[in-house]
Design a protein around this ligand. Sequence first.
Ligand SMILES: [Zn+2]
Length: 57
Amino acid sequence: MRTASCPQCGQPSVLEPSNPWRPFCSERCKFVDLDGWFTGRYTIPGPEQMPPDEDEH
Ligand SMILES: [Zn+2]
């Protein structure tokens, strides 16, 4: 049985079809993680800001 650390709580999580919440260990962890996304706890890196065009040659 393949397991990995739950990204949310670090507990062993089963990476099998029997675990509908994989890679999370449980529904709770999955939704906690989603909540983090929705509330902006995580930020998605946007396109890199172009540096100011200081070179006017
Ligand atoms: Zn977990």
